[in-house]
Design a protein around this ligand. Structure first.
Ligand code: NDP
Length: 308
């Protein structure tokens, strides 16, 4: 019986060494050298499975090395009744929080204007905003909560929008479509950290931008298809939005002639907010391997009905 590793190979040796040290009885096979298909009980995959996973008839569990599992869930190659877990790791949360905090500070300190002034050798001092902008996080899950805590530590007014209402200390919580307008109306920087589901596809659109205070900014680190790209350009060109930081796109890599590259109010980053790497979440992978073999629920198991 074996664990099949079919995810990122760069750096995977770190993970294999960890697994071997913690449990030498685990037999690791690396895609495409699967051996007998019937011997594979656990699979580690990334964004998409490299093969039809239904061929592994004794599969008991699957672990994604990515936090977002939309691509996997949309694949017909996924056995419908085998538990799937997504990646949750401190390292990933830290990277994401650093990215978002860095861009929030860049927006409020006018980083883009300062860089333009320097390019033209202009000594242009900016006055600081009278008060810190309120920041709203669409999707207050594993990643969103960590960002919220770090922004609270910098004394920002932070709110979050979720599906299921609950309490978070120091954070105003809004839930469901009914409370979205109020959430948007109070925030002049909105961060999107929603998983891609049928309910969040296209959610960053003209109607949503229009509900934010004029001159607001967005930071989009969720998934590309959540953003209506043409609507964003219009909102920036009319001044409804003043800045956008976009890390994820409908088409990746972003095509060379895409208007986002040269738009003066858009910062483009190539899906690097929190990159998965082999070895990240090794303890989670080990734990979920043992849970799968024992027939127990996985940690961070994906709810296939809600799609995340
Ligand atoms: P989680 O599953 O922990 O959190 C998702 C959050 O979104 C939850 O708070 C959930 O609400 C909320 N949510 C989901 N659907 C809706 C909805 N229809 N309406 C309102 N709220 C909703 O995910 P993570 O925080 O771990 O990751 C979030 C996403 O970030 C990933 O799915 C991935 O797409 C993206 N990501 C991007 C990366 C990058 O480099 N750009 C790297 C890693 C992840 P509730 O709490 O009520 O369930």
């Amino acid at each position: 019986m074996a664990l099949l590793y079919a995810a990122e190979t760069q750096g995977a040796a770190v993970l294999f060494e960890f697994l071997h040290r913690q449990d030498p009885s685990i037999e690791i096979r690396v895609w495409p050298d699967c051996g007998q298909d019937s011997e594979i009980e656990f699979v580690v995959v990334s964004g998409e499975a490299p093969t039809d996973l239904r061929r592994f008839v004794n599969l008991r569990g699957m672990q994604s090395t990515w936090a977002g599992v939309n691509a996997l869930l949309n694949s017909r190659d996924l056995p419908p009744d085998v538990p799937l877990a997504r990646m949750v790791a401190d390292e990933m949360s830290n990277w994401m929080a650093e990215y978002v905090v860095y861009h929030v500070l860049d927006i409020i300190r006018g980083g883009s204007d300062l860089r333009s002034s320097q390019a033209e050798c202009i000594w242009q001092q900016r006055t600081h905003l009278a008060s810190k902008p309120a920041i709203g996080i669409l999707g207050l899950g594993e990643l969103g909560q960590d960002i919220a805590r770090k922004l609270l530590g910098l004394n920002f007014d932070v709110s979050g929008w979720v599906r299921t209402k609950r309490q978070f200390e120091g954070i105003s919580i809004y839930s469901g479509p009914g409370e979205l307008p109020e959430f948007l109306g109070r925030n002049s920087i909105v961060v999107c950290l929603l998983p891609l589901t049928e309910h969040t596809r296209g959610i960053l659109n003209a109607e949503l931008f229009a509900r934010m205070p004029r001159g607001s900014s967005i930071i989009h680190v969720g998934r590309g298809p959540q953003l209506m790209e043409g609507d964003l350009i219009k909102a920036l060109d009319t001044g409804q939005l003043s800045r956008a930081v976009v890390d994820v796109f409908a088409q990746e890599p972003l095509p060379e002639h895409h208007p986002f590259w040269s738009h003066p109010k858009i910062t483009v980053t190539p899906h690097v907010a929190a990159i998965s790497r082999a070895g990240m979440g090794a303890a989670l992978i080990l734990e979920n391997y043992h849970r799968a073999i024992a027939g127990r629920e996985l940690l961070h198991q994906v709810d296939r009905t809600s799609g995340y």
